[in-house]
Design a protein around this ligand. Structure first.
Ligand code: SAH
Length: 234
């Protein structure tokens, strides 16, 4: 599954250019029995199989690169653009991809040699059959932020989630399509008016489509005076 879609297009070119690299390892290589067993039945009963903590821990010890170790899991906190930015600015990341029912929970309770812990991370509230597509999503989000991968396009901080709002809607030629016109203001050439219109659209769309983001955005605005104060003290 790796590099899969990350081997083509912008990410693929950046990989060829040595901007980033990826080493995929098979956790079966870290099993110790002759059947190369990585899973077993769930303690307490129930369907499916659970990935063994001892085998996964050996896999992390043998395959870890620089940076944190994350395990793809719907039981983790949902990945955010902020976390993606932090990862992209860091030295790398080691990702564990689950299968079956997921990981033996003790994997998350035992410290790694450097004192850090494996952290579960989810890419959203739905269930995949395996962690690989989730890892590809996380890596794609990080790779596009690496210097030189996307040029100017990835630096725009208007992008959805960067400001806590969804991005404003885009339009392009032709000016009329299916009887639908590009909003007049975008053809006015008045940059201040365009900026105001875009902000209003961002706010409306966020409020209607993502009330969760909108609530947080309002909360952040209320708190910003004390935030500014804190900055001054520093
Ligand atoms: N029984 C688990 C789901 C297991 S799905 C539960 O209900 O929480 C099998 C594997 O797919 C998981 O171990 C994980 O690695 C991956 N996976 C599934 N959905 C995911 C998601 N939303 N985010 C990240 N990884 C996911």
């Amino acid at each position: 599954m790796f590099p899969g879609p990350l081997g083509v297009s912008l990410a693929g070119r950046a990989m060829e250019d040595g901007v980033w690299s990826l080493a995929a390892r098979n956790i079966r290589d870290f099993a110790t029995d002759k059947h190369r067993t990585v899973d077993d039945t769930p303690a307490g009963g129930g369907p499916g199989m659970v990935l063994r903590a001892d085998v996964l821990s050996a896999a992390v010890a043998g395959a870890r690169g620089p940076g944190p170790v994350l395990a793809m899991s719907p039981r983790g906190k949902t990945l955010t653009q902020r976390q993606v930015r932090d990862l992209a600015a860091g030295p790398g990341v080691t990702l564990l991809c689950g299968r079956f029912e997921g990981f033996d929970e003790r994997l998350f309770d035992a410290p790694l040699p450097d004192g850090s812990f494996i952290e579960p991370v989810s890419i959203g509230d739905y269930i995949l059959s395996g962690g690989e597509p989730a890892a590809l999503v996380l890596l794609d989000a990080c790779v596009r932020l690496l210097p030189g991968v996307m040029g100017a396009a990835s630096s725009g901080h208007d992008e959805s989630f960067e400001s806590g709002l969804l991005e404003y809607p885009h339009y392009t030629r032709p000016p009329e399509w299916e009887g639908l016109l590009i909003p007049e203001v975008l053809r006015s050439g008045d940059h201040a008016k365009i900026a105001a219109w875009r902000l209003a659209q961002s706010e409306t769309d966020t409020r209607l489509r993502r009330p969760d983001l909108w609530e947080r955005h309002l909360g952040a605005r209320v708190q910003s005076p004390s935030g500014a104060h804190k900055k001054k003290e520093k």
